[in-house]
Each structure stands twice: as C-alpha cells, then as structure tokens.
Ligand binder design. Structure first.
Ligand SMILES: [Zn+2]
Length: 808
C-alpha cells in the first residue's frame, strides 16, 4: 500500500528531494542577468524588462514587484518551458530533464509511468495557477479599484501597506476577469478548470494564499471585508481542496524558517498574519475551529516540541480546545493553554491595540494543559467564595491531581496546587497537607473496601486477610516521610553507612579519605574544559560497577544542562569500550552509530566487538541511570524529579553538571546569592533522598597565575611543563567569588595538565595520549585539605584512571 502511494508520487519526490534542493536558481534564470542578494537573486522581469523581479534562492517562482504596473510571475518549470507551464506529459518530462541537467542530477534509469508524470505536471500547474491568481489579486488590490479594500485592511484590521504586500493579500475580481488574466499567463483552460477556483463565491473577497511547508501556495482562504457579506455569499470561505490545505497550519512555513520547536496556535487567519508581522514568528493558525489530524501529523514530522493554544472563547468552545489538546498529546507534543482573552478580544485586536509586548505578556501566563484542566474543574471560585464552595473546588482538584500520570506528574501537581491556592485563598502548604491526606484517604478507602468484599466470602482465611490489611495500611505511613522516632537499630545502620560513605573507585583518590555520603554535597571544581564532565561520568561508571558488585539495584541521576543525553551515552560507551578491549573515541562512536558503513572508509577502525561489549554493559544498567538533559530546569525542578524517583526505589547518587548552568530561580538576586541558594537546595535534597550529591562547579580561566602561563609558553615539550603547571592547582579561594563552596561538605579540585598546557603553549601537537590528571581535596572535614592524588587522563576517550601504563 505504502509502496503504491510512493509510486504515484515518484516524480514529485524526485523533483522535491533530488532536483529542487540543489538547483541553482541563477542557472535557470541566467538570461535575466541574476544578481546575488543573499537570500534571493534580483533579476530582470521577462515581461516588463525592469530589474524589479526576484526569486528566492530556495524559491519556485520569479515575481515582478511592480505590482500594479506588471506583477508578472512565472515558475521555474514554466520558465524552462519557454514561459508557460507544460500542457502535456511529454512536454513536462522534457522540462524535468532540463531542470535535472541544470541541477547536475541524472534522471532515474527506470522510465516514469505516464500517470505518474501527469500527476506531477498537475501539481506544478496548480502551483503556477495559484501564483498567477495571487499576482492578479495583488494587482487589483493596488489598483484604484482596490482602494476601499486597502482602507479596510489598514483601518479595520490594522495592517500596514508593507504587511499587506508581504503576505500577498489580494482582491479577487469577477470570475471572467480572473480567467482572462490566467489565460494571459498562458495557463491551459483545462488546467484552470481543474484547480476549481473560478468560483463566484470568491468575487470581491480578500484572498489570502495558504502555503505548504516550502512556502508554495496550496490553496486560498477568502474573506468578506466587513461584518455582513452580500446576500448569497459567505463571510469567509476556502477553496474546495480541504485535504491539501488542512495538512499545513497557516504560517507554518514561516515558523519553520525560524526553526521554532515551540509554537503558538491561534484559530484565525488574520490573527496569525498580524502576530507574525509584528514579530512573533512562533504563531501558526489552524484556520478552523480546531487543529486537524493532518496538521498535527505535519507538526510531528517536523519534530515540534510544544504548542501553546490561544483559542477564542467563542470559536468552537471547549470541544475545539480539548480535541486539539488530545490530538497534540497523542502525537507526543507538550501542550500549554493561554488564558482566555478579556472581553472576547481576539489576538489580532490585542496586538493591534496594545502591541506585541501585551501579547507576549499574555502568553507568559500560559499553564500546562493539566493545570488548565484542573483549574477549569474548580469553576469560578475565588478567595471570597463561601467555605463550602472553596472546599468542594479543592476536593475536585485533589481528585484530579491523584489521577495525573507520567514524567511530569509531580511538577504538574505542584503547579496545580500553587494555582489552586491562589484561586481559593488557602495556603499552599495547607493544600499540600490536604493532598497528602486525600491520597491517604483514597488508599485506606480502597484497602478497606477490598477487605470487606473478601470478608463476605465464607472460604476466606481471616487471619491472612487481617495481616494483608495491616501491611497495606502501613504502606501509608512509609509515604508520610514524617520524622522517625529514635530507633537504636536504624541509627546503628545509619552509623554504619554514614561515616564511611561511598569511595570514588579510584585508588589514588580513596587514599585521601574522600567519601561521598548521603546528606552531603560534594563539589568538583575545575576550569572550563578541564574534565568536570569526564570526572562525573567516570565516577558514575565506578559507582555503577560497585553497586553491581554489591548486588544493589539503586539508581543514579545524571543531571546535565551542558550536553544532550545522546552525547553522554556516547561518552559512557567510549570509556566502557576501553575496558572491553579496543577503545572507541566519542567521535568514532557518533559517526559509526550514525552509519556503520563508515568503517569501510578507514582501515584502522577499532574492533566493533568492544563497542558491542560496552553496549551490553550499558544495557545491563538500563532503567537505573537517568540522564536528565533539561537545560531549562531550576534546582527546584531537579529536586522534585529526584524525589519522584526516590518514591520508586533507592537512589545511589545524584550528579549535577554543573552549578553555573542550572537555570536561575526567579526569586533570587544576583549570581552569588543564586549559587548559594542552589547549593543549599542540593544539600537539603541529598538528605531528602538519602543519597550523595556531586556537582560540578566552574572556576575562571584566569585562576592560572600569569607567570605560570608565561613559563608554559616558553617550554619546548609537554614534559618540561609539568612542574610549572603544578603551580596552577585550583584553591578553595577560587570558588569564593560565587560562594558556591559555603554549603558544600567536600570540595575537590581538578588539574588537567594537558588542558593547561594547550592553553598556555598553544602547541597541541606533542601532548601524549595519556597525561597526568590531579584531583585535590580543597575542603575535607575528615582528612587533610590541600592533599592531591595523581590520576591519569587518556585524552582520546576522556577516561580517567589510576595508572598511566594500563591504558588500552
Ligand atoms: Zn514586470
């Protein structure tokens, strides 16, 4: 079936994928003396001969910008075919051959079936005809005949003349006039009739071109300029081609051009135009009440991450909103909802009357769709409402928070409770208590109901049932997280775990009496590019191995704002591959996994067996390592996530890469306070989840003393620089600038000799594969501060290990 569809579009795909993307438009229009202007070529108009025509470098049509004097338009295909769209399949295939030749692409050997060619020809002719209609509409709008319409667009809708031109708005004439203009552009009558746009219902309407993802027109939207259209016509109408149009939200090609992954969806066509024109290029329009399935498919295909819906209260009501939300979340796209605009304003009015700032301000009050739904359930309750009404509203929200599932549930629950607190006037802490009690009540209710049901059966073992009930009920207490009463046994156990804590797994470092304990925050300080991430990843791998050896199944969180998850995956694979035999560098892994055939290009490629072994090792750790790449998260969000994970099982450690990259919370003031607040929160998190937290922290480049730099610069060989670089070991005072050390229990400093040598000497060619990598205890309440351990870094794999000579 799928093959069949492809077969029908074979020639279209050949053009869209092979020819058009590489075709230099200047070659096609070389007779018109193209002049390179960056995004486009300025060319001579083939009709009026003025140098006022242009074609985008990735465009499909040439347009003359003397709109009301000429306004000629001709497509690439039409131009190559001596000025008119090919009228037969043979003619079209000839044109395709010429285009392919101009693009330097050879034609497929297998001949195209005639119906396949005809299909592609019709699409081209449809695009070309729509372009002609746009040009004709623009010509009419900017002629004296269009004056009233231009005034309407300016005064009633708020468009500037430039915006009217940019969006190619036009005025549809009488059907006979439009037909004549299309014939002047040499379109065949049969093709014109096939497009089906010579319809009386468009007459005297404003027409708006509707483009596909490449910006080529696929259909029209027509609107009557004013409140009441003449008898027998509609206020707004689309061309009778629903399938093509509905696959693309309006303006999606514009947001795509800006590479937006987070879009804003409005309903109205003019709303989207105005917002785009005034600078919010994220805005697209459904053009209908709701977003259609094909439109959602298009968004998904282009990997859109989130959509914020700003719907008008009058249009389609809740059904349109909830349908759109469901379709988007089914496609795995995150959804947010903007508040309703006051007094039934639409987005267009808002931006025309109050400016783009007011629009962005409005959007900033959007909430996630679960918060939106929860708040909707509360109805119009306010802090002034009666006690009973407020209670009932809260009950509904609590029921709803209990039903939230998925990765974001815990954050959404917090958001929702905060908003509910604002709505009802109850304190947030009070609602958190209520939510806990509510959850407990549901749990107890379920346990007791189940028990009563079983009790009514005569064959039941009552003693066993009683035991089960007591176990099920006691599960509640575990969840309470209330402080525990003194218990000799528990405290003995904690004493055994506490003071020793986890070793690092590197012998040299462990001799310094460095231990990572639950309830404690350790910082790893280094200059940029000195191996903070390599150290944290190495420590993670060491701890996973130690956890395996001890038969534990605790999990580890690796939070990174610096590198995407897949990159951390490659780094883990790289260091594990060394252990498995033949080492693979991160670069080798990335290109090999992208395309295994690259191996054939190079003879000295490492053995795939060691990469498979590394993968196997990582696979055995699946589900126990959470690599969290969420650069926008604040420390509170990281903490909420860790607490959520803790509910599922023990946590062995939390790594944070790195402090200065964590998004600031809105309520802190200044860099210093922010760092103190973040490290304090991480330290308390360490207690809450009973796991050590190890965080990277960056110290400045200029902590290298000037004389060290000068001397390193003078050395001839890496070996000679070692004693000099030792003088640049980080000290605790390097961290004092931002205060991040205040809350930390341990502070480690990293000294990467290769990195300092490269910066100082600017000659990287003679750095050995394995170089000295020192780790020092800058702050250590249990051992000597200021002592340093020698480890080694294998630069190719960013692998830190104990010995220099056992490198793979
Ligand atoms: Zn012209």
């Amino acid at each position: 079936m799928k093959q069949d569809v492809y077969g029908k579009n074979e020639l279209i795909e050949f053009l869209d994928r092979k020819v058009f993307p590489v075709l230099d438009r200047a070659t096609v229009f070389k007779d018109l003396e193209p002049n390179d202007k960056g995004f486009y070529y300025n060319v001579r108009c083939p009709r009026c001969n003025f140098r006022d025509a242009s074609v985008y470098k990735s465009g499909y049509v040439l347009k003359c910008y003397r709109i009301n004097k000429c306004g000629h338009t001709v497509s690439l295909v039409g131009y190559v075919n001596k000025g008119s769209t090919p009228k037969t399949s043979e003619e079209f295939l000839e044109t395709v051959k010429r285009l392919a030749q101009a693009a330097g692409v050879s034609m497929p050997r297998k001949p195209f079936r005639e119906d396949v060619v005809e299909r592609a020809r019709r699409r081209e002719s449809r695009h070309a005809i729509l372009e002609s209609v746009i040009a004709d509409g623009q010509r009419r709008l900017w002629s004296p005949q269009g004056e009233a319409m231009r005034n309407y667009l300016r005064d009633a809708r708020g468009f500037s003349d430039d915006e009217i031109q940019d969006f190619q708005l036009g005025l549809f004439g009488k059907v006979a006039e439009v037909r004549q203009s299309l014939q002047e552009d040499a379109h065949a009558s049969e093709d014109i009739d096939n497009v089906g746009l010579l319809d009386k219902s468009f007459e005297d309407h404003i027409i708006v071109p509707w483009a596909d993802e490449h910006g080529r027109p696929v259909t029209f939207y027509a609107r009557w300029p004013g409140e009441s259209p003449p008898k027998g016509t509609t206020k707004s109408t689309g061309l009778a081609t629903p399938d093509a149009a509905r696959a693309f939200p309006l303006c999606f090609n514009l947001s795509l051009r800006h590479r937006h992954k987070d879009l804003v969806l409005v309903q109205g066509v003019f709303d989207a135009f105005i917002l785009q024109a005034r600078g919010d290029t994220r805005v697209v329009a459904s053009g209908e009440e709701e977003l259609s399935r094909p439109q959602v498919e298009t968004l998904k295909r282009h990997k859109v991450r989130s959509v914020t819906l700003c719907f008008e209260s009058g249009r389609g009501g809740d059904t349109a909103l909830f349908e759109s939300l469901n379709r988007l979340s089914d496609a795995g796209i995150m959804t947010y909802v903007a508040p309703s605009l006051p007094n039934h304003l639409d987005p267009e009015r808002l931006v025309v009357e109050s400016g783009i700032g007011a629009w962005k301000q409005h959007l900033s009050r959007s909430v996630s769709s679960s918060v939106y739904c929860g708040l909707r359930m509360m109805g119009d309750v306010s802090p002034e409402s009666g006690e009973i009404q407020r209670r009932q509203a809260i009950e509904k929200v609590l029921d709803y928070t209990g039903s939230l599932r998925g990765e974001w549930a815990i954050l959404e629950r917090e958001d929702l409770l905060r908003s509910a607190a604002e709505r009802t006037g109850y304190a947030y802490e009070h609602l958190v208590d209520l939510a806990t009690q509510h959850g407990v009540r549901r749990h107890v209710d379920k346990v007791l109901r189940d028990a009563l049901l079983k009790l009514s059966r005569p064959e039941i073992d009552v003693l066993k049932l009683a035991h089960k009930v007591s176990v099920d009920l006691s599960a509640v207490q575990v969840r309470q997280e209330a402080p525990l009463a003194l218990s000799v046994e528990r405290l003995d156990r904690e004493s055994a775990e506490g003071p020793t804590g986890s070793r690092s797994g590197w012998r040299a470092l462990d001799t310094l009496d460095i231990r990572f304990k639950p309830g404690e925050l350790s910082l790893v300080a280094a200059r940029p590019g000195h191996g903070k991430t390599a150290f944290l990843i190495g420590l993670l791998a060491n701890w996973m191995r130690m956890s395996d050896d001890a038969g534990r199944d605790d999990s580890f969180i690796f939070y990174t704002a610096a590198e995407p998850e897949v990159r951390i995956y490659h780094r883990l694979l790289s260091i594990l591959s060394v252990e498995a035999g033949d080492g693979w560098s991160v670069g080798e892994i990335a290109s090999y996994l992208r395309d295994p055939s690259v191996r054939e290009l190079k003879s000295e490629w490492p053995d795939p067996k060691s990469l498979s072994a590394a993968k196997e090792r990582l696979r055995s750790w699946e589900g126990r390592i959470q690599i969290v790449y969420r650069p926008a998260w604040t420390v509170d969000e990281i903490a909420a996530y860790a607490r959520m994970l803790k509910e599922k099982g023990p946590i062995g450690g939390i790594f944070v890469d790195f402090l200065q990259r964590i998004a600031p919370s809105s309520n802190a003031g200044g860099q210093e306070k922010e760092m103190v607040a973040i490290s304090r929160r991480l330290k308390s998190l360490s207690s809450e989840v009973y796991a050590p937290v190890v965080a990277g922290t960056e110290i400045a480049y200029d902590t290298v003393p000037a004389d060290v730099r000068t001397k390193v610069g003078r050395t001839e060989r890496f070996k000679d620089s070692i004693n000099i670089i030792r003088g640049a070991r980080p000290v605790l005072a390097n961290l004092r600038e931002d205060g991040s050390d205040q809350e930390a229990d341990f502070v480690l400093g990293l000294l990467n000799y290769a990195a300092d040598y490269r910066v100082g000497a600017e000659k990287s060619h003679d750095v050995p594969d394995t170089t000295l990598f020192e780790v020092g205890a800058l702050k250590n309440p249990f051992g000597a501060a200021g002592s340093w351990a020698s480890l080694y870094l294998i630069g190719k794999y960013l692998l830190i290990r104990d010995n220099a000579d056992d490198a793979g």
